[in-house]
Design a protein around this ligand. Structure first.
Ligand code: PLP
Length: 401
């Protein structure tokens, strides 16, 4: 049994959900928010909203300062060398689309872009569409039975034609951490740019993008206990220098005339229009709050809870867990039971889990399945949530079998 979560009380929504008799086990989709983040949002809006990087007045200067301080906080959080290596986007999806357009000019006829079989649509479709636009080849690195990218196969598939390698850090379906170090080394060896989709990975433990050695790393604030509508794109300075501008408008422009314009380099040159100011400030407050916690204690709590989840699923007859999850979530199916029926009965009992293809349709096709039920955990969950889940699961299976 895991200890009660010491951080549960810091998330007002968890108590609110309990009052609605809801047990929230869908944090891989989006997380609940800490009070510290809510306070920062309220403070910003209650003390005078203003646009950033343009106004001369005091509210504008204060908003710009707060916004740029958050860029520094994100850079520190990721161990990026400098704040200028952090571009704010509207989410991981928009960061990945930025990359697929920004790097388009580097892709030619017959070039290869490598992704894994595990990718979320957000880290598959932008590359697939780029390959189609440039007559390039999308190479899919297979995963092994456990749900990790197969390094032998990757060694054979990543080669001199590979221009970009784009892989997830932690599978949102299988809950498996990926062998990034050898994969990134393969990309480097062949002169390919590397993109790590950290949307799930960033939530579980501190990241060090410099040590990881990737060219680009992306994540969404909303999964990391921050506000939605904000994404982060980190880039190595040289890699950022290779990006072409992709969205055009206010603030990203240096000089404009009717027939031509010049643009800022990263980060501002890739933040066209008004950025998500409040969201970025909220993310900064979330990172401050996360930095005040004992990361090892959070990870130990999550690990204990995850073990409890896997044991409970393993103890029940007819349950098949997909792959060999090592972090924070598990997807499963029950033999002779339709996912949708089970999900319906869990929902009726106030259990908020996710059912379906989890934005990874090609993976499910490869697995020969039409979906699964996913339970995902966060630092505010504890054993009581899992007890409720398993009680509801047992009642549902009694009815269905
Ligand atoms: C692994 C992974 N990548 C990318 C995304 C896309 O994130 P967003 O919808 O916040 O852009 C998700 C969201 O579930 C994800 O799990």
């Amino acid at each position: 049994m895991s200890e009660p979560s010491p951080w549960r009380g810091d998330f007002p929504a968890v108590a609110a959900l309990e009052r609605q008799q809801q047990t929230y086990l869908d944090s891989a989709a989006t997380s609940q928010k800490p009070q510290a983040m809510l306070d920062a949002l309220t403070h910003y809006y209650a003390h005078g909203a203003a646009n950033v990087h343009r106004a001369q007045h005091l509210p504008g200067a204060l908003a710009t300062q707060a916004f740029e301080e958050c860029r520094e906080k994100v850079a520190q959080w990721l161990h990026a060398g400098a704040p200028a290596q952090v571009i704010f986007t509207h989410g991981a999806t928009s960061a990945l689309n930025l990359l697929a357009y920004g790097l388009e000019h580097l892709i030619g006829n017959g070039d290869e872009i490598a992704v894994s079989a595990l990718e979320h649509h957000a880290n598959l479709l932008p590359w697939q569409q780029l390959a189609l636009r440039r007559n390039a080849r999308l190479v899919v690195l297979p995963a092994d039975a456990q749900g990790r990218i197969d390094l032998n196969e990757a060694g054979a598939l990543i080669g001199p034609r590979t221009r970009i390698l784009a892989v997830t850090q932690l599978s949102n379906v299988l809950g498996t951490q990926q062998p990034l170090a050898p994969l990134l080394a393969l990309a480097r060896q062949h002169g390919a740019l590397s993109v790590v989709d950290g949307a799930q990975g960033v939530v579980h433990g501190r990241q060090n993008v410099a040590a990881l050695g990737c060219d680009f790393y992306v994540f969404s604030s909303h999964k990391l206990y921050g506000p939605d509508g904000v994404g982060v794109l980190y880039g190595r300075s040289e890699a950022l220098g290779r990006l072409q501008h992709w969205q055009f408008g206010g603030e990203m422009v240096h000089l404009a005339d009717y027939d031509q314009a010049s643009f800022h380099p990263a980060p501002l040159g890739f933040e066209a229009g008004t950025p998500p100011i409040a969201g970025v400030i909220g993310l900064g407050a979330t990172l401050d709050w996360l930095a005040s916690l004992d990361t090892e204690a959070v990870l130990a709590h999550e690990r204990a809870l995850h073990q409890q989840l896997l044991r409970g699923l393993g103890d029940r007859e007819g349950i098949r867990v997909l792959g060999a999850p090592d972090t924070a979530l598990a997807s499963f199916m029950v033999s002779d039971v339709h996912n949708a029926d089970l999900a319906h009965l869990l929902t009726d009992q106030g259990i908020a889990v996710r059912v379906g293809h989890h934005c990874a349709m090609p993976l499910f096709k490869r697995l020969g399945l039409n979906g699964a039920i996913r339970v995902s955990l966060a630092m505010y969950n504890d054993s009581t949530d899992l007890q409720r889940f398993f009680e509801a699961l047992d009642r549902a299976l009694e009815l269905l079998r």
